[in-house]
Every structure is written in structure tokens, then in C-alpha cells.
Design a protein around this ligand. Structure first.
Ligand SMILES: [Zn+2]
Length: 230
């Protein structure tokens, strides 16, 4: 039995075949937690960056090779060989692969959210207002929605894999002051602006810059006091 090749080796081999006169660039393959069997490549500063769904990690070499042919053909703007397309599709359609992809999609897939327009507060309206007041109106609007579950412990979160801000439905009540909802939304918007920093093995979610920015919120103390008593 042949020893399996690494994904990097497979991409290198396909690259060489397609561009025999170009030196093979450095190749980096990263497996990402996508909800679907997605994959993409980019060539930047002589590094070929390949990102593919971790669900493809167990695929046989012949399938990774077909995928490499598809992605590199697209990169070089050439027609995708029908045989590669066919082999890759056939793999995704295999019953065991399909059911494991379905499972992953269920777990990671599209977020189940209630509409941004709640019974009392409209998150789109509030987002645009905060965007104007604190971000010069420059922040691209993510997916916004109320959580199906009225959690008291998780009042809001920003989910970068779905680019979604979700607020707990418990806040969408007439008894909740607007500034408290605004503060939770503002906090999540800051997560969009200040990504998580990695310090060795430690993740820093609320960086110093994040905390500084949060202090700009006009009614910070009143909002925090209300949420503490929720
Ligand atoms: Zn936070």
C-alpha cells in the first residue's frame, strides 16, 4: 500500500502539472470548521493558501487531487476538467459522506434566529443608530437576530463563523430600558471591530483596545447596573 500523501504534496503535484515552468510556491493547507464542504485557494506573495472544510480531511487522495484540480483551474482561469468535477461530486454524493455532511450542517449550519424586528425592539434600527453614533456609520451590518431561547446568562454573542450578532430574547421586553439593549448590542459590535487576540495558548476576547472603546458608551454605568439586576 502506498503511503498517503499530505494535502500539501497533492496540491504541489497538481500545480506542477498545470504550470510546469513556474516554480511551485510554498503551499499551506488549513482545515476550517465550515458548515459545508467548502474550499478555496488564493495565491499571495508566492504562498498558495488553501482553505478547506475539515469535513474533507478524511477524503481519499484521489478526491483531494480532484479538488486541487478544480481549485487551481479556477485560480488560473482555465476550464475545470470534467473528470475532476465528476470525481469530486461523486465523493460528496456518497451516502456515508452525505450523511456525515448533513450532521455537520445540522450542528454548525445556519443559525436559528428570530427576526431582527422583535416585539419591542428592532435590532436593525438600533444597529444603524449605534453605527452612526459610534462607528461613523462605517460598520457593515452583520446578520442580526433575537435568540429563540430567552437566556439570562448569555445576553448576546457575536458568532464570527456566521457573521451574526444574536441577542437574548429576554431583552426584547417593554420593561427593559432601551439603553440596556443598546449596550449589549454595542458590546457585540465591538467584537466585530476588535477580533480575538491570541497570546500563545491564551485567547484574549476583551483586549485592552476593546475595553477602551467600550468606555465610549454614553450610559455604560446605568446599562450595566440594569443588567446586573436582570
Ligand atoms: Zn464580549
Amino acid at each position: 500500500m502506498e503511503t498517503p500523501l499530505s494535502s500539501e504534496q497533492i496540491f504541489a503535484r497538481v500545480f506542477e502539472r498545470m504550470r510546469p515552468r513556474t516554480p511551485v510556491p510554498r503551499i499551506r493547507v488549513a482545515f476550517k470548521r465550515y458548515a459545508n464542504a467548502n474550499a478555496q485557494v488564493s495565491l499571495k506573495e508566492s504562498v498558495l493558501e488553501v482553505r478547506m472544510a475539515d469535513t474533507l480531511g478524511g477524503a481519499p487522495d484521489s478526491v483531494i487531487e480532484a479538488l486541487a484540480e478544480i481549485l487551481l483551474s479556477k485560480l488560473f482561469r482555465r476550464p475545470v476538467p470534467a473528470s475532476s468535477n465528476d470525481r469530486y461530486r461523486r465523493y460528496l454524493n456518497r451516502r456515508d459522506v452525505r450523511s456525515s455532511l448533513d450532521l455537520v450542517r445540522q450542528i454548525r449550519g445556519r443559525k436559528r434566529l428570530l427576526d431582527a424586528k422583535g416585539g419591542n425592539y428592532d435590532l436593525v434600527e438600533m444597529f444603524e443608530d449605534l453605527n452612526f453614533r459610534y462607528f461613523y456609520g462605517l460598520m457593515a451590518r452583520p446578520v442580526l437576530g433575537w435568540s429563540p431561547h430567552a437566556s439570562r446568562t448569555l445576553l448576546g454573542h457575536y458568532d464570527s463563523s456566521h457573521n451574526a450578532i444574536v441577542l437574548s430574547r429576554i431583552l426584547d421586553r417593554a420593561a427593559t430600558p432601551k439603553l440596556a439593549v443598546e449596550y449589549v448590542l454595542f458590546h457585540e459590535m465591538l467584537h466585530l471591530r476588535h477580533p480575538v487576540e491570541h497570546n500563545g495558548a491564551r485567547r484574549c476576547v476583551h483586549t485592552r483596545a476593546f475595553k477602551e472603546a467600550e468606555k465610549q458608551f454614553e450610559h455604560l454605568r446605568a446599562a450595566k447596573a440594569f443588567l446586573r439586576n436582570l
